[in-house]
Design a protein around this ligand. Sequence first.
Ligand code: ATP
Ligand code: MG
Length: 254
Amino acid sequence: MPLIPKSHPRAKSLLIREKLVNGFDNGLVAKEGLLAQGRGEAFDYLLGEKTGKAAKQAIKAAAAQLLLAEIPVISVNGNIAALCPKQIVRLSKQIKAKLEVNLFYTNKKRQQAIIRTLKKNGAREVLGTSLTSSTKLSGIDSARRIVDKNGIFAADVVVVPLEDGDRTLALRKAGKTVITFDLNPLSRTSQTANITIVDNVTRAIDLLIDESKKLSKKNRKTLQKIVNNFDNKKNLTENVIQIKNNLTRRARIA
Ligand code: ATP
Ligand code: MG
């Protein structure tokens, strides 16, 4: 494994890349997953590589929504398994959500590698591979339409980190409340989800775990008020403004 010196000005970003590359070498990440990371990185740069105010509000709304859920499910893909397997398992335990492996570029070997990684990191059960309990979401062509009857299909709230726009729309059409992490506030996923956390999943996931812990002491009425007061369109606009302000500042310095 190549060593990245801590003093390197882009050490954090390089370490994330290294996780993805290792994930690719270990059969977790698809080639396309590496490209998706690249698109995300570009937006992270524009956002200033930090969790902004708008993202913090979205995290709070997401935590409240997850605590209110009857059947919350977290959809896991290769990038998530490579970037933050421990945290995704921790989140699932904190909010009592099921984990389901769901891949855009489906592949049995990769599915198994992801399940192994999640189990190594403490997951008890991971859905998404049982042929007898698989069913299809309508309105979507890719392999990702296949979901577990007891998982995403039955869920009222689904967390889909780093999702594709088509599937987000299919989940919405199926009546699910969709929470996503997406660094690009302009993506179809960001625009279609109910709650979009515009932040790097590697930063935001710990904050979501902490917020869920904090809000778990609140009653349902308080949680519902937090969800009702959240406006995803407005939040996305605030993220675009954050990018604009960053660019304006940089343009002045240059
Ligand atoms: P859409 O289909 O929603 O319009 P897209 O086609 O631009 O999006 P996809 O490849 O389908 O992009 O999805 C990947 C998304 O995940 C991108 O929007 C990218 O910004 C985001 N992304 C990649 N890496 C991360 C990360 N580490 N944290 C948060 N978001 C990320
Ligand atoms: Mg896409």
